[in-house]
Each structure stands twice: as C-alpha cells, then as structure tokens.
Design a protein around this ligand. Structure first.
Ligand code: NAG
Length: 153
C-alpha cells in the first residue's frame, strides 16, 4: 500500500484518474480498510481452525489479551481522531498537506500509534484465543509494519 502511495506521489496517476487527490485518497483508504477487515477475518478463521492451546489457555493470559485490545483500540481510535481520514491514509503522499505535525496524544507515546495499536489488537486477539497461529500471524503483521515504517520514514 505504501508502494502504491509512493507511486502516486511520483506520478499523480490516481489523482488524475479520480479527478481529485481527495477522492483518490478516500478510495485508497477504503481499499486499505477492506484489506484490514479481510486480514482480521482470515486471522480469526485460521485461529478457529487450529483450536485453543492449553498452555496459553489461562485466565491471566486472557486478561492480558483483553488489556492489549483495549490499549490497541485506544491507540488506533485516538490516532484516527487526531489525524482524520486523509491524514490516516497517507494524505501527504497525495499532496494534501496537514496544517502541522500532530504531536499530542497518542503521538507523544509512539510515532506510529496506528501500526502499534493494530499490532496490540492482533496480539490481544491471539492471547484471548489461546492461539499459537495467532501469535505467528501477529509477528508477521508486526514485521510488515516495521518495514512499512522504514519506507515511510
Ligand atoms: C501525552 O499527552 C497527553 C494529553 O496531552 C498527556 O495526558 C500525557 O501525559 C502525555 N504523555 C506523555 C508520555 O507525555
């Protein structure tokens, strides 16, 4: 997705295709949301298929998972609220500049609250489901985000 946004930044093809950088960014954002929903769904299906692992099937692990999902949701929602739709979905690649760099919560805790919030959500889901497959998939998501952050930086 970052690659698509970079290509857009170079060529402005999507903006021209949609007639407006805003519309292009909204469409790309919508596709990113759909892909995220699909990814969460696939992870749930994979976890269900494998079943619960008794080593992880404990009350404290369960509550750690709930806490992570609360933390992740707070990070994702507060990030979205302070960036807005355009800012969240890489508006700056489309040449729509934010007024100023957002520095308040949650950006004073982590530079990429969207990515780390989503990772916390996936990890929480894996713990609640007592799922080794969930842990592996969470690790893959975390690595993918780390790579994305490098490219964006
Ligand atoms: C981040 O900002 C929020 C709200 O302005 C504040 O309550 C919180 O203490 C800050 N956290 C850090 C680690 O600076």
């Amino acid at each position: 997705m970052v690659e698509v946004a970079r290509w857009e930044h170079r060529t402005r093809r999507l903006s021209r295709l949609f007639g407006s950088p805003y519309l292009a960014c909204y469409c790309l954002g919508f596709i990113i949301i759909l892909l995220n929903v699909y990814r969460s769904h696939s992870m749930t299906v994979a976890m269900k298929a494998q079943g619960r692992w008794e080593v992880m099937d404990r009350t404290d692990v369960f509550y750690a998972g709930v806490a992570l999902m609360v933390l992740g949701t707070v990070l994702v929602v507060s990030s979205f609220l302070s960036l807005g739709f355009i800012g969240t979905f890489l508006g700056d690649y489309f040449g729509i500049l934010m007024d100023e760099k957002v520095t308040g919560f949650p950006f004073n805790i982590t530079e990429n609250p969207m990515y780390w919030g989503s990772t916390a959500n996936y990890l929480g889901l894996a713990l609640i489901g007592a799922s080794p497959v969930g842990l592996v998939l969470t690790a893959i998501v975390a690595v993918a985000y780390k790579v994305a952050i490098r490219f964006e930086g």
